[in-house]
Structure formats: C-alpha cells, structure tokens
Design a protein around this ligand. Structure first.
Ligand code: G4P
Length: 293
C-alpha cells in the first residue's frame, strides 16, 4: 500500500473511526493484524473503544521475522485475555490455514444461534483492520487466492461495500480499516521505524541506527555478530556511534579523508535488519505492556 506516509490528524482519526464503526453493524468479527515483532507498537491504542464489544481475532503477522518463542508468548498472552491470536506469515501464506477454523471457533455460538432461529445458511462476516504496512493487503490477497475467493457486490444488504466469499459461510469486507499507531510515544515511533513501518526519510537515520545498535550491543544476536565479524566483547563497552563507525569501517564505507560514511552504514543496518539478516528479532514482549487493546 502507498499509505505509509499517512499523517494522522484528529480529523482523519475521527473519519476512520466513523468508517469502521459504520461497518461494524455489517460484520460479526474484527480481524486485527499486528506485527509479531512489535505487537504493542503495531496495535491501535483505541481499537477496543472503536469496536466496542465485537469479537476480535488477532493475527500476529510477519512471524517469519520474529523470534519464535516470543511469538508463542504473545499467543499465550492473548489467550489468557480471552482473545484468540494466531501467528501468520502473509508473504508465504504460512499459518493462514488456521484462519477460517479460528473464525468459526470464535463465532460458533452465534452461528448455531442463527441456525436455531431458522436461518438455513447463516453467513459470518469479518473485517480486517491494522496500521499501515502491517500486511493487510498481503493478507487479503493471500487468503482470497488460497480460498479462491470471489469478490461480490451486495447492493441491497451492504451498499457500497464489496465482499470476498471465503467459504460458503464466511465473507470478508474487501477494504481494510487503516488504523493509526500510538505515535505520540517515542518508543513506539522508534520500533515502527526499525521495522520499516514508518518511512526512514522523515527520521534521522543515524540516530535511529544508534538506538538500534544499542539494542544489538546489549542483546547481540549471533547473526548480527557474524555478519560484521564481531565478538560481543568487542562492542560491549562502546558508544552506539562507535559501533556505527565500526560497521561502516568493516564494510569499507569511507569518504574522502578516511572518514567513515556513517549515513550509509545506518542505511545498511536497516536494510539488513529488515531483511532478517540479523536473525529473528522481536522487539517487544508481553512483560513490556501494562495494558493492550
Ligand atoms: P498494508 O496493506 O497493511 O499497508 O501492508 P502490505 O500488505 O502492503 O504489506 C507491507 C509490506 O510488508 C510488504 O512489503 C509486504 O510484502 C510485507 N509483508 C506483509 N506480510 C508479511 C509477512 O508475513 N512476512 C514478511 N516478511 N513480509 C510481509 P513491501 O516491501 O512493501 O512489498 P514487497 O517488496 O513484498 O512487494
């Protein structure tokens, strides 16, 4: 999607909120997509209030890039809160076979109640929501391909909306609700930037890389150390800028006068991190959050 530079203003937020709320009466379940590496930063702070008491399914997306045991602990965290969460990778499609059964499980009572009322073929309807770049379009494309979903207009019932028929008893609204993150929180902004959810060019890439390298200094992964032929002891007492210089030096990023091009080094750090070259790194754990929507 091209909306990663969206600037959220109160007006936008109110409009989006209204749009999602107007769809709520058409659907039975909200599917919230979050990034498994940053479940706190990639979730919307106001979602609980927006969707009121609609049931919710959480998709921990991009789990191919997250630490596996951290993802498991997020699944348990949500389960303990009575919310079903499933790890998925919408790029490869891994985990998506659990989507339809999970929706059915959550809505089983409703489905049975509708049948008991005499409705012969009840249809369950879901809507996708999530912040920009979290993988909403990838999910919709994947799931509709996997299930050979057909997109249909339903004028009378749902004017202006198109629905994908995922299975004979399940439909999905074709346009996702684009939510905003808790952007006023500095740490949230940093984590969104690390993972590429916010464009680099609106941030100081070197400062951002220094923050990231502090993390690598304090919790280095084997892959990170191997990539730059470093040992944990080499960097444990260095300032983050010194590590940035070291990275640039290791990669021969010099400018005239023998100085190191730290801007290039910073860009390299993020290209490699986002590409998974530093291993599976989850930046947020359940113990980091007091309360999550
Ligand atoms: P959005 O609709 O929520 O804004 O997100 P979108 O699906 O456009 O996905 C944003 C980026 O995240 C895309 O990468 C997409 O391929 C990638 N992505 C989505 N789901 C996953 C996943 O589970 N794992 C991984 N590794 N990546 C995922 P892009 O670089 O913008 O596009 P492209 O180069 O993949 O075409």
């Amino acid at each position: 999607m091209q909306n990663q530079n969206i600037q959220w203003f109160p007006g936008h937020m109110t409009k989006t909120k209204r749009k999602i709320q107007s769809c709520l009466k058409l659907i039975d379940l909200v599917v919230e997509i979050i990034d498994a590496r940053i479940p706190i930063s990639s979730s919307n702070p106001d979602l609980a209030e927006i969707i009121q008491n609609k049931p919710k399914l959480v998709l921990l997306n991009k789990c191919d890039k997250a630490n596996r045991s951290a993802t498991d602990s997020w699944v348990s965290y949500y389960n303990n809160k009575g919310v079903k969460a499933i790890p998925v990778d919408c790029k490869s499609g891994r985990g998506l076979n659990k989507f339809v059964p999970s929706v059915r499980e959550i809505l089983a009572e409703k489905f049975e109640a509708q049948k008991a009322k005499g409705l012969k073929n009840p249809i369950l309807r879901v809507m996708i929501v999530g912040i920009p770049n979290v993988g909403k379009s990838s999910f919709i494309n994947r799931i509709s391909k996997q299930t050979r979903a057909k997109v249909e207009d339903r004028p009378g019932v749902t004017r202006g909306n198109q629905w994908y028929t995922i299975s004979k008893d399940l439909e999905m609204l074709d346009t996702p609700g684009v939510l905003w993150p808790k952007f006023e929180d500095e740490k949230v902004g940093r984590h969104l930037a690390f993972t590429g959810a916010i464009k680099d060019n609106i941030l100081d890439i070197e400062l951002l890389a220094m923050d990231f390298l502090e993390l690598m200094r304090d919790h280095p992964t084997e892959e990170f150390l191997a990539r730059f032929k470093l040992k944990a002891e080499d960097i444990k007492d260095l300032e983050s800028f010194e590590i940035l210089e070291l990275v640039g030096k290791k990669r021969g990023m010099l400018i005239s006068g023998g100085e190191i091009n730290t801007e290039r080094a910073a860009n390299l750090i993020f290209d490699e991190y986002r590409d998974g070259k530093f291993g599976y790194i989850t930046l947020e754990y359940p113990e980091d959050c007091n309360e999550l929507a």
